[in-house]
Design a protein around this ligand. Structure first.
Ligand code: ZN
Length: 455
């Protein structure tokens, strides 16, 4: 059978790449399997006893996918999930191939796949999911600017192709998602935040998508939560935020390790920090509701969820504690700067900026990050990574007197940070994608962290 041959070839490729120490997250077995049988993912997805969930959007995919997988695993159920960042069709295929048996059959109950926005139509067609979550649509980086409208139409087209058993789960607070979801034939499950205490009343300057999709007028916002996500309406009355079925009220951002909220009559909490994680928690819970999971069970399970790799990871060194956070675009960066300062009293920062393909080659998006937030309380800010010098210029213009000289070498920058923090203090490491991988590899070499494919 062709599928069996594809699965075996994929597995052999995965074995070889492990031998050559390419580590976790490779998608090459997916390429190989698809070259032999282009329908391999359709077949394997069809083997899932319960079905699959696809998760797309600019920010929060990995954390939310991890939370959804944890909800399903606790049922208990056997869950297949792709690796963080392996979110193209090849990554999803590689994950399914890795879990398939030598007979080419996938023995699992659920698939949970994070999927790049542009890949969503193909993923919906091949995987036929039970639910598709769209978290948010932020401008990723400057070299992707202008693609957002196109991506919104791509996502909309994919959602229109959902099987009748499939449900779209959408963030009502994001104007672009509000627009694309209201045009769908079958009603989506909307979720959103409804707690003015955790919002602000104006858009940060990194926000975009502020105009009405119908008439082009500037949208009025009565609350802003993350980036351009909030409560919006067109002053001409032809477009407004959909009323969410699952609304988060009484949102409490207690620390970088604890967020609580009330939704659909259920008190939820998770060991995650910040408003963006309140959205991730709410999104995962909404997916669970769409799949018919019990709210009480979900509350118990989510309370013990572990953060996704790299999104917020801790290590201790010489009596100091460190938090690593991925910040890959202006909205994410601003939110993390704001919340690490507000929730964790962060004073010592290492900022890692790289310009490889996965980070975006054009780093001028750092001019849309509000580094000015650091001006008042930061005691040391070390610009590092391959583009440390660009960061240093940005920090200079932001008037950050605590900015150190640029140190492109992450290891030396980390040593400098450790030295500057008093015993018992904490350091915050904000990195773009490949800077985070580099930093993590360095920490693994030093024996301070586990390799991520072993955790
Ligand atoms: Zn309008």
């Amino acid at each position: 059978m062709r599928r069996t041959a594809a699965v075996l070839a994929g597995k052999a490729t995965a074995g070889l790449s492990r031998l050559s120490r390419r580590g976790g997250g490779t998608t090459f077995p997916g390429d190989v399997a698809r070259a032999i049988d282009p329908r391999v993912l359709r077949g394997l997805a069809g083997d899932l006893r319960e079905g699959a969930v696809l998760i797309t959007g600019t920010n929060g995919k990995t954390t939310t996918a991890r939370l959804v997988a944890s909800l399903l695993e606790g049922l208990p159920a056997r869950v297949v999930a792709n690796r963080a960042g392996a979110n193209l069709i090849f990554g999803a295929t590689a994950a399914a191939v890795a879990r398939a048996g030598l007979d080419g059959r996938l023995r699992a109950d659920w698939g949970v796949f994070e999927i790049d926005e542009a890949t969503l139509p193909l993923a919906v067609e091949e995987i036929r999911p039970r639910a598709v979550l769209v978290t948010n649509m932020f401008r990723d980086q400057l070299d992707r600017y202008g693609e957002l409208e196109l991506l919104a139409r791509t996502i909309q087209r994919a959602l229109q192709q959902l099987p009748s058993s499939g449900r779209a789960v959408l963030n009502a607070d994001d104007p672009r998602i509000g627009e694309l979801g209201q045009a769908l034939a079958s009603p989506p499950l909307w979720y959103g935040v409804e707690d003015p205490r955790v919002g602000v009343d104006k858009l940060p300057h990194a926000a975009d998508a502020r105009t009405c999709p119908r008439c082009g007028a500037s949208l009025d916002f009565s609350a802003v939560y993350v980036g351009h996500d909030g409560h919006y309406r067109c002053p001409n009355g032809d477009f407004e935020r959909p009323q969410p079925e699952v609304a988060a009220t009484d949102v409490r951002l207690e620390s970088l390790d604890r967020v609580c909220l009330e939704a659909a009559g259920t008190r939820l909490e998770a060991p995650l920090g910040g408003l963006y994680n309140a959205y991730n928690l709410l999104a995962a819970f909404s997916v669970g509701l769409a799949l018919g999971l019990d709210p009480g069970y979900m509350a118990r399970r989510l309370a013990t969820a572990a953060p996704a790799f790299g999104r917020q990871e801790r290590f201790e060194r010489a009596g100091r504690s460190f938090t690593i956070m991925l910040a890959k675009n202006p909205t994410g960066f601003n939110q993390i700067l704001l919340e690490s300062e507000r929730l964790a009293g962060a004073r010592h920062f290492l900022l890692g900026l790289n310009d490889r393909i996965a980070d975006g080659r054009d780093v001028s998006w750092i001019w849309d990050v509000d580094f000015e937030l650091l001006a008042e309380h930061a005691e040391l800010v070390i610009p590092s990574g391959g583009r440390a010098y660009d960061l240093a210029v940005r920090l200079k213009y932001a008037g950050i007197s605590a900015a150190a000289a640029p140190e492109p070498d992450l290891g030396r920058a980390l040593d400098q940070l450790i030295e500057a923090i008093p015993p018992g203090g904490s350091g915050h490491l904000l990195c773009t994608y490949t800077a985070m991988l580099d930093l993590r590899a360095l920490l693994v070499r030093r024996g301070w962290l586990q390799p991520y494919w072993a955790t």
